[in-house]
Write a protein that binds this ligand. Structure first.
Ligand SMILES: *Cc1c(COP(=O)(O)O)cnc(C)c1O
Length: 453
């Protein structure tokens, strides 16, 4: 019998629950603090922005939370997602490692982001909310939320960082096709945007400014809520369908992972794949290495400090204990736009502190070299973000070639790169370069981080 290249699950094998790792951890993550009182935030602080179901999921003591049928019905449009054995890549690398990748680019928006966008739109619609606002950088999150809002009859208003708005017009086209309204940020439609434009009419924008605009509109309209595509516990929770499916798929071919690798921006696709395996690791059933990969230009876990900081650039959010480069740190414009966040999910940060996982940083040139080899052997053109996971897997495959070890490597291939071809053109023209991580800029940014306790 030939062993399968594509490992598929039946629709009936779609997970029925999301997995919440928090109750299984040896210590709970530190609380999120109110920036004024430095007391833990309560549900009342979050009610102006989020529906109660999501606030409760954020702090849930339950290990498994049932996925409502309305959400599963939409998940079934592309889930269970496929897992592939990267046979052609293994041959190309001449490695005895067995490499598997879980592919989330089959969603309508082309990434893992709809897994949480659909859930968030559902709970907001259920709470009687009429409109969701959000920010987007490269446009992956904005397009996922536009899709999800359309499915539940919600309006969607997106502020996209001006520089990306101009560079990636087709992400905007997708959002409009799904019925969303999109503004280049800073915009004229909010106080925050107008204030920035008054100082700098040509501002290229930033995620921090776009967050301020989206939050302002949500906070000042009772029928409008705000939605975030990464970082928060409930977002990571929704992504655990990825890892549960992956565990079932590996079991089908009788494999146990030795190493699990994902790229980290805010931590959601990495957590979605790895948390269900970490559960088994905590239970003593398996012992894989769990490795996050971040860009060398924005190395929050490997170079940042673990301390309380703001989630946004302007300093409007609660204080979150996380690995941070400082909320005012502006990373270099690498092509992996989704990995340019100054902090890390507090839950991923906590897992690092507990020693349950590790992290490495890789420069973008090595990542694009890896991506081209991947595209030319496996066919799929990866988004710039998961090229980091692919590069790390190739390092592992090289080590296996030298040692002769037959490791089972599992990677999160969290999206395709069809809207990021400009980055590939730059690489193929030999014009892509690495950025040196500016340690002094981080030092300056850390001076602006509040000192807590
Ligand atoms: C948004 C995005 C990321 C970064 O976010 P995480 O929360 O770290 O997953 C990575 N890859 C893709 C394809 C994205 O769209």
């Amino acid at each position: 019998m030939t062993e399968p290249t594509k490992i598929l699950l039946d629709e009936s094998e779609l997970p029925t629950h999301w997995y919440n790792i928090i109750p299984d951890l040896p210590a709970p993550p530190p609380p999120v603090l109110h920036p004024g009182t430095l007391e833990p935030v309560g549900p009342d602080d979050l009610m102006p922005l989020f529906p109660i179901d999501l606030i409760l999921q954020e702090v849930s003591p339950e290990s498994y939370i049932e996925i409502p049928e309305e959400i599963r019905e939409i998940y079934r449009l592309w889930r269970p997602s496929p897992m592939y054995r990267a046979r052609r890549l293994e041959r190309e690398l001449d490695t005895p490692a067995r490499i598997y990748y879980k592919y989330e680019g089959v969603s309508p928006a082309g990434s893992h982001k709809p897994n949480t966008a659909v859930a968030q739109a559902y709970y907001n619609a259920k709470a009687g909310i009429r409109k969701l606002t959000t920010e987007t950088g490269a446009g992956q999150w904005g397009s996922a939320l536009a899709l999800a809002c359309q499915m539940f009859g919600l309006e969607c208003e997106v502020w996209q960082v001006a520089a990306s708005f101009d560079q990636k017009p087709y992400r905007g086209s997708m959002m409009r096709a799904w019925g969303a309204t999109i503004h280049s940020s800073p915009s004229e439609v909010t106080n925050a945007g107008r204030a920035i434009l008054e100082q700098d009419p040509d501002s290229p924008g930033s995620l921090g400014i776009a967050i301020s605009e989206a939050v302002e509109v949500a906070a000042t309209n009772a029928d409008t809520n705000y939605s975030l595509g990464s970082v928060l516990n409930h977002v990571l929770l929704h992504q655990t369908v990825i890892g549960q499916e992956a565990a079932a798929q590996l079991a089908k071919v009788g494999e146990t992972p030795d190493i699990i690798i994902g790229c980290t921006g805010g931590g959601s696709n990495f957590s979605g794949l790895s948390f269900p395996f970490i559960r088994e690791k905590l239970a003593g059933n398996i012992n894989p290495t769990i490795r996050a990969v971040e860009p060398a230009a924005c190395p929050s876990i490997t170079k940042g400090e673990y301390r309380y900081d703001f989630g946004d650039t302007i300093g409007m959010t609660p204080l979150i204990k996380m690995h941070t480069l400082g909320h005012s740190f502006v990373p270099d414009p690498i092509h992996a736009g989704g990995l340019r966040y100054h902090g890390m999910s507090p839950l991923v940060s906590h897992l690092c502190e507990l020693g349950l996982m590790e992290a490495v940083a890789i420069g973008q040139v090595e990542c694009f070299e890896a991506a081209i080899r991947f595209a030319r052997s496996e066919g799929i053109i990866p988004a710039p973000e998961p090229t980091h996971a692919i590069a790390a897997a190739m390092r592992e495959a090289d080590l296996c070639r030298e040692s002769g070890e037959e490791k089972v490597v599992l990677i999160a291939l969290c999206g395709h790169g069809h809207f990021d071809m400009g980055a590939y053109d730059t690489f193929l023209a030999g014009e892509l370069s690495d950025y040196e991580f500016p340690a002094e800029a981080m030092g300056e940014a850390l001076e602006k981080v509040p000192v807590v306790g």
